[in-house]
Design a protein around this ligand. Structure first.
Ligand code: URA
Ligand code: URA
Length: 190
């Protein structure tokens, strides 16, 4: 298992797929590396590539508003992506690119050790939960695997395109908050 320093070094120099050719920055994470909940998107967009942090463009600003409405601060959450370099024109990362990158995310998961994993959008859900995952009918459903509670929500950029996805997403985030509180809420021993 890699340390954070090793992961940063190795990803910065990674040439495992052709996305490395056009990257400005490798995008690893933001938030807390000891968070109890991990959010996984698909890959960096233009702003993320420039700033070297995930979800800092328009979709990220919406994600931050939703997180804050659900009572999460940046200190409570860990945010990462399936791939660490920007796909050209923001196309979906190819299966081969996801495959080349996924081990880095596995290291991140082992280092952070969250109890909850939330997939942001179809691409992450299909890679993390199941290849045939249908985001429209299966968002908000929880599975348990290897001691992790895992769910998926619509991608924030889908909410920017389609307002009608905001309400169901908010319902999903209320359940995410409930799950978080049930696992991490302060309980008096007496
Ligand atoms: N969309 C993603 O999936 N990830 C980001 O980091 C930004 C936008
Ligand atoms: N399309 C959607 O509507 N939502 C996602 O999360 C991804 C693609």
């Amino acid at each position: 298992m890699l340390t954070w320093e090793q992961l940063e070094y190795v990803t910065k120099h990674c040439v495992k797929c052709s996305l490395c050719e056009r990257r400005t920055n490798v995008v690893i994470d933001r938030g807390s590396r000891s968070a109890g909940i991990m959010f996984i998107g698909e890959g960096p967009g233009e702003q993320e590539d420039i700033q070297g942090k995930p979800f800092v463009g328009p979709a990220g600003q919406l994600l931050d508003r939703i997180l804050s409405a659900a009572g999460f601060s940046e200190n409570d959450v860990y945010i990462a992506n399936i791939v660490k370099c920007r796909p050209p024109g923001n196309r979906d990362p190819l299966p081969s690119e996801q495959e080349a990158c996924i081990n880095y995310l596995r290291h991140q998961l082992l280092l952070v050790k969250p109890k909850i994993i939330v997939c942001l959008g179809r691409i992450a859900a299909q890679r993390i939960i199941s290849p045939d995952f249908k985001i429209t009918s299966q968002h908000g459903i929880w599975i348990e695997r290897k001691g992790y509670y895992i769910t998926a929500v619509y991608h924030p950029s889908a909410l920017l395109r389609d307002e009608s996805k905001k309400r169901p997403t908010w319902e999903d985030f209320k359940e995410i908050r409930k799950k978080y509180d049930s696992l991490f809420g302060e309980e008096s021993a007496f």
